[in-house]
Structure formats: C-alpha cells, structure tokens
Ligand binder design. Structure first.
Ligand SMILES: [Zn+2]
Ligand SMILES: [Zn+2]
Length: 303
C-alpha cells in the first residue's frame, strides 16, 4: 500500500520565493487526504496533476490564514465540478461557522455533503478506517492548534512469490490472500497459510506537527514514528523571535525528532526572511542527521 506525502506549500505566513502557504496531500493506499489548505492549494493540486476530487478527508490544524484560506475556494470548486461523494472535514471550533457564513452569503448550497468534526484541545483518535487511524497531537501556538498522527493499521499476510509452488489456481491464490489454508479435493490439508505467505508489513506512521513553539510534551505522542514533519519557521539565531511568535527553529525541530527517536524528520513552514533553505538543513542535521527539507512538488515516501 502506498503511503506518500506530497508537499503543496512550505512557506509560513504569506507566499514568497516561489513558496506557498502550508498544505500537504497524503495518499494512503487509495485514500487521498489533505492536511491544511493555505491559499492557492487548489492551484497547487492542478499544477501537480493531483485530482482534488479524490480527496475525502481534510484536516485543518488551526485558524491562522496561512493554513486554511484556500479551503472555501477548494470546496467551492468541488461543488462547481458536481462532486457527489461526501467530504469529511476536521478542524478547530469556528471553522464550520466561517465556511457556512461564506456559502450563505453567496447563496450556495453544496451539491455534496460536508461533514464537520470539531477538534478540541485534548489529543484523541478522530478517525478510524479499515486501513489507518488519525489522532490529534498537542501543540503550543498562539491560538488552538493541533497536529495529526496518521497511523497505518497492521495489514494482512503477504504472498511470497518465491515461496509459491507452481500451478496454484486463481481460487487457491485468492484463499491465500484471505489468510486461509489450502486443501485438496478430498479436504486434506495441502499447505498452511504461513507456509506460503510472509508476515504483514510493519505499520507505518506520519506525524504532522504544524505551528508550534518548542514543546517537549509532544515527544511522548510521536515516539518512534517513521516520518515527522515539524515546523521550522526560523534558524536558531532567531530563537527569541521564535519563542515570542510561538514558532520553532530548525535546531528545536531536530531536538524534538531526536528525543522522540523518529526515523526521519522533514522541515517546513519557512519564514519569508529566508530565500536559501540550505542553512535549515545544516543546522538540523547537526542534531538529527536523518533530516530533509520539504520542497514543494516533491513526494516523500513514508517507509
Ligand atoms: Zn502558519
Ligand atoms: Zn499559526
């Protein structure tokens, strides 16, 4: 099953240096999820040939404009394009009122059902599907702001092609995929499922930590995740400014990654004062070597 993060926007506050406000597309198998929706997100999707119509779940971390001002435009375009499928929206209190107000004044009645799920300050599981779950994460920002932890569920045992005897029928292969044993016509056991299959893949996880100041309480919630996105608005020489504005530095993001023992860290939400992002990578790697930059248009495979 695929588990891929596509960076749609990586800048903080306002667009600059060809970078856009925050948004990410997460694909888990067949499901498309949108995380934050800064202004211009629908154009970013178009430019990257990602179909917005495939998105079923949208997660908004907080109500600063650089994280949701693209939402009404996106929802409106989906309506104009005749979407029929339900949409599920997770966000802080006030989001439903904002959207409802905008559509009320434009006399728009959406042609699809939009389900609101209010996300509060206490970390909790907010979504369970057959293949993954989503839990909120506590952050510390100027207004209520939550992160999201996407965790794959343990899958089924996998077919080990090199373990298969020749001439298995399609029916027998189907039984194996369903975790069943194989029997011959008289009902005698031919193969136990474990003889011909591999154990399920280790479930993967992605923690999205949106705007936050340095916040050690986060560590216990994200321990050992495969990929951590942690904002890094500033470099460490601006750590006082970071604290004042409830943001983090690249060094602080790396410290959180190190304490939590994550596998990989991805930085983002860069301040417009920086054109060149190389110093972010250098600074973070001193503390946590397995760090990458979020670069718009790039896919990051969670593994
Ligand atoms: Zn922001
Ligand atoms: Zn913010």
């Amino acid at each position: 099953m695929s588990f891929v993060v596509t960076i749609l926007g990586s800048n903080s506050a306002s667009p600059a240096h060809n970078r856009n406000p925050t948004s990410q597309l997460l694909r888990i198998g067949q499901e498309h999820l949108l995380i934050d929706c800064g202004e211009g997100t629908q154009m970013r999707l178009l430019a990257l040939r990602q179909r917005a119509s495939r998105i079923r779940y949208i997660f908004i971390s907080h109500l600063h404009g650089d994280h949701y001002l693209g939402l009404v435009g996106l929802l409106s375009s989906l309506h104009l394009n005749g979407r029929a499928e339900d949409m599920y929206l997770y966000g802080p209190p006030g989001l439903e009122e904002i959207i409802t107000t905008q559509f009320r004044y434009s006399h728009t009645t959406l042609c699809y059902r939009l389900h609101y799920h209010e996300v509060g300050p206490v970390p909790e599981v907010i979504l369970e599907t057959e293949h993954f779950s989503v839990q909120t994460l506590p952050l510390s920002h100027r207004i209520l702001c939550m992160g999201f932890l996407f965790r794959e569920k343990t899958g089924k045992r996998r077919i080990g092609k090199e373990m298969l005897p020749p001439s298995l029928s399609v029916h027998q292969l189907k039984r194996l995929k369903e975790g069943k044993d194989l029997f011959d016509q008289s009902g005698s056991l031919l193969y136990r499922n474990e003889q011909l299959t591999l154990p399920p893949r280790q479930p993967r996880s992605y923690a999205y930590c949106s705007d936050t100041r340095y916040h050690e309480e986060l560590v216990e919630y994200i321990r050992g995740v495969d990929l951590l996105y942690h904002e890094s608005t500033f470099l460490d020489d601006q750590r006082e400014r970071a604290a004042e504005t409830y943001h983090s530095t690249a060094r602080q993001a790396a410290s959180i990654a190190q304490m939590a023992g994550v596998h990989k860290l991805v930085l983002g939400h860069y301040s417009s004062r920086y054109r060149d992002l190389t110093p972010f990578l250098t600074e973070a790697k001193e503390i946590f070597p397995d760090t990458i930059l979020s670069i718009e248009g790039e896919d990051i495979v969670v593994e």
